[in-house]
Design a protein around this ligand. Sequence first.
Ligand SMILES: Cc1cc2nc3c(=O)[nH]c(=O)nc-3n(C[C@H](O)[C@H](O)[C@H](O)COP(=O)(O)OP(=O)(O)OC[C@H]3O[C@@H](n4cnc5c(N)ncnc54)[C@H](O)[C@@H]3O)c2cc1C
Ligand code: FES
Ligand code: FES
Length: 1341
Amino acid sequence: MNDIESLIPEDKETRLVFFVNGKKVIEPSPDPLWTLLWYLRKRLLLTGTKYGCGEGGCGACTVMLSQYRKHEDRVKHIAVNACLTPLSAVHGLAVTTVEGIGSTAEKLHPVQERIAKSHGSQCGFCTPGIVMSMYTLLRNKTSIKYEDIETALQGNLCRCTGYRPIIEGFKTFIEPWEAKYSPVDQVASCGMGKDCCRNKNNDINSDEKLFNTTEFKPYDPTQEPIFPPELKLSDEYNSNYLFYRGEENVWLRPRSLEELLKIKEKFPFSKIVVGNTEIGVEVKFKRKVYPILISPLMVPELNVLQVVDKGIQIGGAITLTELNSFLQHFIEKNNEKAGILDSVSDMLHYFAGQQVRNVASLVGNIITSSPISDINPILLASSATICVSSSRNGLRKITIDDNFFTGYRKVNIADNEVVLYVEIPFTDKLQFFKAYKQAKRNDDDISIVTAAFNVKFTDAYNVCEAQICYGGMGPTTICASKSSNLIKGQHWNDAMLQKVFESLTQELQLNNSAPGGMAAYRKSLCLSLFFRFYMFVLSKLQYNGYCIDNKDALGAYCIPSAEPESSQCFEIKNNRKSDFDTIGKPIVHMSALKQATGEAIYCDDIQPTQGELYLCLVKSTESYARIISMDSSKALSLPGVVAFLSADDLPGQRNKMGAIEQDEDIFARNVVTSQSCIVGAVVATSENIARKARDAIVVNYEKLHPVVVSIEDAIYNKSYFPGYPKTLNKGNVDDAFSKCTKTTEGIIRNGAQEHFYLETMSAIAVRKEDDLEIVCSSQDPAEVSILVSKALGIPNNKVVTTVKRIGGGFGGKETRANVLAVPVAVAAYKLKKPIRAVFDRDEDMQITGYRHPCLIKYKVAFNDDGKITGIIYEMYFNAGNYMDISPSMVSRAIFHVDNCYFVPNIQVNAYLCKTNTPSNTAFRGFGAPQAMLAAEVVVRDVAAKLNKPYENLIEMNLYREGDLTHFNQKLVHCSLSRCWNECIETSNYWERKKHVEEFNRLNRWKKKGISLVPTKYGISFGADFFMQAGALLHIYRDGSVLLSIGGIEMGQGLFTKMIQVASKALDVDISKVHISEMATDKVPNSSPTAASMSSDLYGMAVLNACEKLNERLKPIKEMNPNWSWEEWISSAYFDRIALSATGFYSAQKVDYNAETNSGTLYEYFTYGVACSEVIIDCLTGDHQVLRTDIVMDLGDSLNPAIDIGQIEGAFVQGYGFYTMEEMLVSPSGEILSKGPGAYKIPSLSDIPKQFNVSLLKGAPNPRAVYSSKAVGEPPLFLSASVLFAIKEAIKSARVDAGVTPDFTLSAPATCARIRMACVDFITQQVEPTIKNDGKPWNIEL
Ligand SMILES: Cc1cc2nc3c(=O)[nH]c(=O)nc-3n(C[C@H](O)[C@H](O)[C@H](O)COP(=O)(O)OP(=O)(O)OC[C@H]3O[C@@H](n4cnc5c(N)ncnc54)[C@H](O)[C@@H]3O)c2cc1C
Ligand code: FES
Ligand code: FES
C-alpha cells in the first residue's frame, strides 16, 4: 500500500477541515474508518446525534451537511445519516447537528419547539434525527406541502409516538398556518372536520386541545445561521487532492479523471466510494476491509447530468436526489418521451429514505448489482447504456442487457474500469414503460420483487418490442426473455396475457429454499405485476374494442397515498381549586424540550472517564452445542486488548441469573442452548479493538441434537418447561359441548415481535473502592443491582444502579438488559476500571429476545342464537431457551383469553415451549395480545358458522356489569358497552360498512374491509410483592422540590405524571418539582417499571410522601395563609422541620387462588374499542389503513396528551405486530432479521390516514390515583381491528374468485400472506410449481 504514495501529488492535503455548528474543526490525521457519527459523539462530544442502527435504516443519526456550490452560487443542504457518512467525506463541508440549531438555555428552533410542544417526543431517542430531517427540509424549501414532510421523514423511525403528533406538529410549518401566524382561535386541526366533538358541545372548556399553536414562535428562515464564509471564499476545499492514511486503509480524493484512472489501473482492488451506503454497511456488518478508498466527487466527468439526443446522461457521482429533481423538471416539460424516466422518478420515491438518496448514486446501485436493486430492472428493461473508462483501454460503452449481470453482485466491467455515466433512453410514441416495487413496507424498504415492463407497438397495435424484467427472482436481475419474445407480434389482449402467464410460470424458477423465502409469493407477484401492467396498457390503448372493465380499473394502479388527518377528543374538568392543579391537563413531557435539542442524556451519552475500557460480548454461533474449547489467545495478543472474561470468572451459582428460575448462565458453561448465549466478553481500550478481538475468539463446538426451533418442533419433541401445561378450568366444558347445538374449531398463530426500542442496550460501570456504580438502560435497575451483587458476592448496598431515562423499552429492557449490564459490572469490578458497552443493533436483535410467538388451537361450543357456551383452548408459547419471565406472561395470556366475552365454561391448557432460540421476554401487552386475538377469531368463526354478522355475536357475548370473568373476578364499573356504542357512533360504522360493501361490489382488485374490536385489560402485576412502590421527596430551602421514585422514565411520561401529582398534592407550581433520575440508593427494592402500573403505584407513593410533608407544613401554612410557598419552606427550615419524606404504597392484596380459581386478580380493568377500515391491493398484498377510531376508558386521565400518546403509540406498535413485523429465523435457529433493513416497523406513512382517538367521558376510576387508569399496554390489542378488517377485505376477494371465504390469517398479515390469501387464477397457477427442495430458507418460530 506504500506504493500508493508515488501516485499522490506533492500538494496533497492530509488534514481534514470542516465546520460543525459554525465552528472550525481541523483533524490532523483522520482515519478513513471513522464515521461522522463516531467523530461527533466520541471526539467532539456532541451526543445529541444518536446511534440507532448503524446501517442507515432508522434516521436517529441524521445531521445536515451544507456545501457551497460555486458554479450555482448557492449553498446546498442535505440531511444525511451520520452513521454511514465517512468522516473523510466531509472535508470542506459544514455539519449542523441538533445542538447547532437551538437550545433550551438560549433559543429553541421552531422545529424543536413544535415537535416537543405537540407531544411528538416520548422517549426522545428518535427526536434529534427527526428534528434534523425537518430542519433540513425547511432550509431547502421556503414553502412546503405535506408530501414534502412525508418525504423528508421517510428515513426516520419512531417506535413510541405512532407519528401522529409529529405530523401534527410539523404540519404547522405548511404555508397557510405560517401565513396566519398567531390567530387567536387556532387549534390543532381535527380530522373529524364538522363532526369534531368540539363543534358538538359548546360547553367544552377551551383548553380542550392537545397543544396550542398560538404559543409557537413563528418560523423565520432569514434567522438561520449563516454558512461559514471561509468555506465560500476559498476554493481550496473543493480542489485539494485529499490523502488520509489510517490504521487499515487510505482515503484518496483525486481531482481529475486521469488521476482517478491511474489509481484504478495500479490498484484495481481499490474501491470508489460515492454515498458509502453499500460499502459502509459492508464494512460495519460484514467486516469487509478495503485498503484503498477513492472519492470521485471532484472528478468533472463523473458529475455530468444532461439531456442528450436519445436520453439523459447521469454521471457516476450524481446522487439519487439530484437525479430525481432533474428528472422531475424534465418530465414536466417532456412528458411524451419520458416514460422510462418517469418510472425511474417514481421508483426513487420508494428507494430508501431521503438521507440515503441524498448521498447514494445510481452507479453505486448498478455496480453493487444487488438482485433486489430497484433500479437495475428498469435499466435492463430499457436497454440503458453505461460508459466506462480505464487508463489502459480508454472509453467503452456497454448496453445493460442479459450479459451485463454476470453473477451474484457481479457485473461485466473490469476492476480497473470506472463508470463515467449511465444513459437512460427516451420512450417513443406507442411505447409503454412501467416499473413496480413490492416491499414489506411502503417507505424506506428494500424490495421483495421489483419489475420493469417495456412494450412498443406498431401503428397496427402489434407488439414490436417487449422486455419483462425482474429483481428478486434469483441471484441477479433477470430478463424473462422467452416470455418477452413471445409477446412480439401479438395483439395486447387476453389471449396474449394467458400465454404470458403460462410462459412466465415455466420460465421463472424459484423453490422453497431460495434465499429470501416466500417463493410462491414472489412468483405470484411477477405474474400479478405483469397483470397490472397489462391492465394499465389496456386502459391507455383502448383499441379494437378492447378496453378495461370498470371492475378491473383500479387493478391497474397501486394504492395512492393520502395526507393523514386526526382528532383527539377528551375532557378537561373546570373544577380546579388551585392554579397549580395540572391534573387532567395536556402538560408537555418534562424532558421533551431537552430531547428535541439533543440535551437529554441517555446512557451512552455520558462522557467517558479517564481510563475507560470498552466491553464486547462474544455470542454463540451454534443453537445447541457443547463447548469443546475456547481460545482467547489470538484476541488477547491484539494491541489494546485488556482481558477476556468467561464462566471461569464466575464460579458456581455466581454465574447464574434469571427472573423466576436461575436457569440462565451469565457466561455459558459447557453447553450453549441458543445462538444468543454469551460465551464470554472481551475488554479493550476502544470499541473498535474490542469488536475485532471478539471476532478473534475461537470457540469449538460439538453440535447437539435435536435442535428445537419452532413451536411445532417443540410439540414434536415434547420440549416444554417443567410444570406445563398450566390449566385453568371454569364451569364444565364437557357438559357445554354435550349440550350445545353447534361446535367449531380452528387455529391461530402469531410470530415473534422485536421490541426495536431506538436506543440499543447500553451500560457503564465504575468501581469506587468496594462500591460499584452502574448506569444502564434497564427497566428494572433494582434487579440489576441484585444480580450484580450476587455475581460478585458482595452485598446489595454496595451496588448502586441509576437510570436517568431510556430510549424506549416496551418490556424488552425489563430482564434482558441484565445480559449486558451484569458482565459490564463484573468486568468493572474485576479490572477496577470504568467499563462501557453498547450493543450494536444486530447484537441487540440476535441476543435479547422478542414477544412470544404463539399458536392457539380452539374448540367452541355454541347455540343457534350465537351464545357461546364453552371453549377449550390449547395455547403454545415459544419461550426460547430460558424461562425468563415467560411463566408470568403465560399467566396473563391465560387470564386474557376471554378478551371481552362472557363464556360460562372454559378450559385453557397453556404450554411453554423450550426451544433453541433467544429467550423471549416481556413486550407491551405481555401475552394478552396473542390470547385476545384467539377470542376475536372465535367470535368471528362462530358468526361465520351461523351466517350472522360478527357484530351481533360480539354484542350478545360481551361482558356486562357484574359478570364474572373466567377467573371469577366480578366486573365492576365495566364500561365496555359504553365504549362499544360510542365507537360505533363516532366511527359512523354502519353507514361506512355499507360503503365498503358497495366498493367491494364494484371492484375486483382492490378491496376494503372494516372491523370493530373491543379490549379489556387487567391492571395488576399478578404477583403481590411487586405491588409496592417507594418515593423520596426533598424540599430544599429555596422551595424547589426534588422527587425520586422507584420507576424509570422510558418515554411513557411517568416522571411528568408524578411531577403533576406532587405539584397538585403540595399545591406548588409544577416548575418547582424535578425528578432527576431513578437510583437504587434513593428508592430501594423497587419493582420493574412494567405492567402499565407505574403511575398507579408511584402516584400513590408520591401522594403519601406529599401528605407527610403537608402535615408538617400545615401549622406554618395555617398561621400564615398569605405567604408564598418559598416563605413557608424557609420558615419550616428555620423551625427545624424535616423537609424530606419517604412515601410508600402497597396495593390491595392479590388474593387470587389458582387452585380454586377464585379471588381478586386485578385491581381494575381498562377498556376500549377500535374500529378500523382498510383497503387492500389483491394483486400485491399491500394495504393501507384508511381510518381508525378509538374510544378508550382511561378514567379521569392524569394527562390526556401523554395518555393519547400512549394509545396512538401502542396502536401503531400493535399494528406492526399484527401486520408487518416478521422475525425471520433459519431452520437451524439463526436469527435472520438483524436490523431495520430486514425487520420492518411501521414508518410515518403507515399510520391510519384518519386517526381519531377519544377518551370516554364521565368514567372516573375509584381504584387509582386521582381517578385515573393505567394506559401503557391496554390499547395495543385494539390494532387487531386492522388485521380483522384486512381479513374482511380478503374474504371479499375470495368470494369474487369463487373460493371459500373461510380461511386462517395468521399474524403478522404481511403483504405475502394477504396476497396468497387472495387466492385467484394467478396463485392457483403458481403454487403447484414451487418445488420443495429440502430445507426452507426460513421457518415460523
Ligand atoms: C438504509 C438503506 C436503504 C437502501 N434502500 C435501497 C432501496 O430501496 N433500493 C435499492 O436498490 N438499494 C437500496 N439500498 C442500497 C444502496 O443505497 C444503493 O445501492 C445505492 O445506490 C448505492 O450507492 P452509493 O453511492 O452509496 O454506493 P457506494 O457504497 O459508494 O458504492 C457501491 C459500489 O459501487 C462502486 N462504484 C460506485 N461508483 C462507481 C463508479 N463510478 N465506477 C465503478 N464503481 C463504482 C463502489 O466501488 C462500490 O463497490 C439501500 C441502502 C441502505 C443503507
Ligand atoms: S443510526 Fe444511522 S440510520 Fe440508524
Ligand atoms: S419518541 Fe420516537 S422512538 Fe421514542
